[in-house]
Design a binder for this molecule. Structure first.
Ligand code: SAH
Length: 371
């Protein structure tokens, strides 16, 4: 009757396709209409039910009465001198989150958030300073891709998505999983292949196992230290899931032969960047099918960690290379607009001028030459 639908904000993108099919059934509609509506929302990016021209006028009016089509607003959009674009989105309840668009020669990657803030408290991360505000809904995760996509001109399309923005995706598992389904489904979703989607986790062992059984997305794990003591200091989560549990889990994951786990290692000057740290990392990862992303620390207000010098960064990468690891030393993208790894924080972008935190230009790729 009247009122049962009005009680909850029926944002259509918060329903799973199954739930929406159920609703259509109650309306006496065939179930294939669900795919049609989903194509309008995610492939043709409709902003109103009125545009859905293959539905009857009566059904369009019914849908408009029962549902809304959410759209977060872009509160700010800043562009870095390297072409990286940072979006600050304002959600329906006023919370804000950030996404970062990273253009490269053959790809356009969007880095998205899964929580407003983060509750894991990693010592070096700017988002940690915000604490956890709340989990994002699936629609809020997907909307970052839709809205960033709308700002692109011509034939430019987002080709890759990384869940490496604010928050811990696996601490918001069900919403992240529904979002991944919409992002990757080619028949009625956005259609970004799971091979082009990477989820990064702080190391929640049971959820990592579940994710690898339920999806085909790439997995990145934030490691940052190769022994329990140091990792425990840098990442409080290590007290819940130890390095040993995490690496044992990685060794036993059903990873297809051509795929590898990515380990991320933030290099912190004088903390985890010595030759001994590098050798310890090699021993820890020996026999794990993986690649290692070495991320020189990106400074941000409120952190006293420092980025190592070029020599120490190259030396660290070199040791891993010599041990036969696939290594990628990341150069910061968008660091002049506080958009680089670990710089996403609604606090810092509002209170700190970009100039103060600009770090010197880093060469395009860091030299990793044999000595
Ligand atoms: N919570 C997830 C997703 C965030 S990914 C995770 O931790 O993996 C963001 C990546 O940037 C993580 O690897 C994180 O450890 C890294 N990072 C955080 N702060 C950083 C900083 N200041 N400089 C460089 N990388 C940082």
């Amino acid at each position: 009757g009247e009122g049962d639908c009005e009680d909850f904000a029926a944002a259509v993108k918060d329903l799973s396709k199954e739930q929406f099919t159920g609703y259509l059934k109650e309306q006496g509609q065939p179930s294939y209409r669900a795919a049609q509506v989903w194509q309008w929302l995610y492939q043709k990016r409709a902003e109103s039910f009125d545009e859905m021209s293959n539905l009857s006028g009566a059904l369009r009016r019914q849908l408009a009465a029962d549902f809304s089509i959410s759209r977060p607003s872009i509160a700010r959009q800043s562009e870095s001198r390297d072409g990286t674009v940072k979006f600050l989105f304002e959600l329906a309840d006023g919370e804000t989150i950030e996404s970062v668009l990273i253009p490269e020669i053959h790809r356009l990657t969007l880095c998205i958030s899964t929580q407003a803030g983060c509750g894991f408290g990693c010592a070096f991360c700017a988002t940690a300073l915000m604490g956890l505000k709340r989990n994002l809904r699936a629609s809020e995760i997907v909307d970052q891709v839709l809205e960033a996509g709308r700002t692109l001109d011509g034939e430019r399309r987002i080709t890759h998505v990384v869940l490496m923005g604010m928050g811990e995706p696996l601490a918001n598992y069900p919403q992240t999983l529904s979002a991944l389904e919409v992002l990757s489904n080619a028949a009625w979703g956005i259609g970004i292949s799971p091979r082009r989607i990477t989820l990064s986790s702080v190391g929640l062992v049971p959820q990592i196992q579940k994710l690898m059984e339920e999806t085909r997305v790439n997995l990145a794990i934030s490691l940052h230290a190769a022994n329990e003591e140091l990792r425990g200091k840098l990442m409080p989560v290590n007290r819940k899931y130890s390095l040993k549990q995490l690496i044992d889990c990685c060794r036993s994951l059903p990873i297809p032969r051509r795929k590898r786990i990515t380990f991320e290692y933030v290099l912190l000057k004088g903390v985890n960047d010595s030759e001994e740290n590098a050798s310890e990392l090699c021993r820890l990862l020996s026999g794990v099918r993986c690649k290692v992303n070495v991320i020189p620390f990106n400074p941000h207000p409120g952190s006293s960690f420092k980025r190592p010098g070029e020599f120490d960064i190259s030396r660290f990468g070199q040791i891993l290379l010599e041990q036969g690891f696939q290594v990628n030393v990341r150069r910061p993208r968008g660091d002049d607009i506080q958009a680089a790894c670990g710089q996403l924080s609604v606090l810092s972008s509002e209170t700190v001028s970009n100039e103060r935190w600009r770090v010197e230009d880093t060469p395009h790729s860091l030299p990793l030459t044999p000595h």
